[in-house]
Design a protein around this ligand. Structure first.
Ligand SMILES: Cc1cc2nc3c(=O)[nH]c(=O)nc-3n(C[C@H](O)[C@H](O)[C@H](O)COP(=O)(O)OP(=O)(O)OC[C@H]3O[C@@H](n4cnc5c(N)ncnc54)[C@H](O)[C@@H]3O)c2cc1C
Length: 355
């Protein structure tokens, strides 16, 4: 069975097992499977945007499932799970400089109606999505960090692009900035705070899924390098090609990366419904370290594959090309800047003791 068929089968199986009317929330407990799918998608499809859709879609799915299951169950069951609709995420905003945990815009409530306007810097597949999940302040007089999530379905909002998306990689995500304007009912405000959703769902899911995805990119580059080295070995039987030792080192890094995300995913799944620990500094640091580690290691591994293969990896029209791997994986450290994440970890480490 091909890789793509395996991915499709596992996805269908996931949906079959969890899309029952009373078990929508069960989907949140399958992080290892989702992460494996994210990894496989990239390797299988030569299409970064599909893997990115899956990753971010899964993250947002998890956020919504966690927090709105009581409020809009029919939406979750009938649209998100059964029809596999797509939700875009609008966390970034002009003026917050990449800090997802602060907002300038605020949701305004008048009776049972709401209004929200946001000047977003980056909205992936926003134009194609069936709904938008938007972060904002709870009220016009709320603090920048007192945020909520609001879900708007197509027809409830307009999204006017403010730029283009001509980027080094990840072009398929189609993520230009946009001015968002949404109107709807108060029931569209996700209960609770975004602070909790972020710590308990969005950060764990995104950091683990992204790491699995970057691992998939690195693994595919290493697989090309291995194929190249084996071909070289066949040319001179009995002689180990000089690039083989470099390939062995690349495998060491790849294994470390895979064990890193798999370990975090397993620990997260083992928490089950007990999300309390995720609010603590231990988990925040662990997930920050995962994101920083994998987003920095993956480009190094791809670079290593390029050095092993040489010019055939540099050429775009070669079967050993790692051009797309390179371009896509460079987004990893920027997709929430590692500088910002390490700054937050640094503050926590001043007071956190890992006993
Ligand atoms: C492919 C892709 C798709 C994306 N899709 C979406 C999407 O759908 N929705 C969405 O909301 N966002 C999305 N984003 C995220 C968003 O575009 C940016 O990651 C986010 O806005 C941060 O932007 P920034 O790098 O300008 O900001 P910053 O994080 O402010 O970084 C700007 C510069 O300042 C430095 N810096 C920042 N903070 C610190 C600090 N504390 N200490 C030291 N230096 C610091 C950084 O290193 C960087 O050089 C996507 C990103 C990518 C790459």
């Amino acid at each position: 069975m091909s890789l793509i068929d395996r991915v499709k089968e596992r996805k269908q199986d996931l949906i079959r097992r969890h899309a029952r009317a009373d078990d929508v929330k069960g989907l949140t407990q399958v992080l290892i499977t989702l992460a494996s799918l994210a990894l496989l998608w990239w390797a299988a499809l030569s299409s970064a945007h599909v893997s990115y859709w899956l990753t971010v879609g899964a993250v947002l799915l998890a956020v919504v499932l966690d927090k709105t299951a009581q409020v809009v169950p029919s939406y979750l069951r009938d649209h998100l799970v059964r029809r596999q609709e797509l939700i875009a995420s609008i966390t970034s905003e002009n003026g917050t400089f990449g800090d997802t945990r602060s907002s300038i815009c605020a949701v305004e409530v008048a009776g049972d109606r709401i209004a929200l306007d946001k000047d977003a810097t980056t909205v992936s597949y926003g134009e194609h999505a069936d709904a938008q999940l938007v972060t904002c302040r709870r009220a016009p007089d709320a603090a920048a960090s007192d945020q909520v999530l609001v879900l708007f379905r197509r027809g409830d909002y307009s999204l006017a692009p403010t730029g283009t998306w001509d980027t080094l990689g990840m072009r398929g995500t189609c993520s230009p900035g946009a001015k968002f304007a949404g109107r709807g009912g108060v029931e569209q405000i996700v209960p609770g705070s975004f602070a909790d959703s972020s710590a308990q769902t969005m950060v764990p899911y995104s950091h683990i899924l992204w790491s699995a995805l970057w691992c998939g990119i690195a693994a595919d580059a290493v697989a090309r390098a291995a194929q190249f080295v084996r071909a070289e070995a066949r040319k001179k039987p009995g002689v180990v090609p000089p690039q083989a030792t470099r390939l062995a080192r690349a495998h060491v890094e790849l294994q470390a990366m895979r064990h890193n995300w798999e370990g975090c995913a397993r620990e997260f799944d083992e928490l089950g419904d007990d999300r309390g620990p995720l609010d603590g500094m231990g988990w925040a640091l662990k997930l920050n370290q995962l994101k920083m580690g994998c987003s920095e290691l993956a480009p190094r591994i791809v670079h290593e594959a390029l050095q092993i293969i040489g010019i055939l990896a540099y050429k775009n029209d070669s079967k050993f090309s790692v051009g797309r791997h390179y371009r896509d994986v460079l987004s990893a450290s920027l997709m929430v800047s590692n500088e910002r994440i390490s700054g937050k970890s640094a503050s926590m480490l001043l007071v956190f003791k890992d006993d």
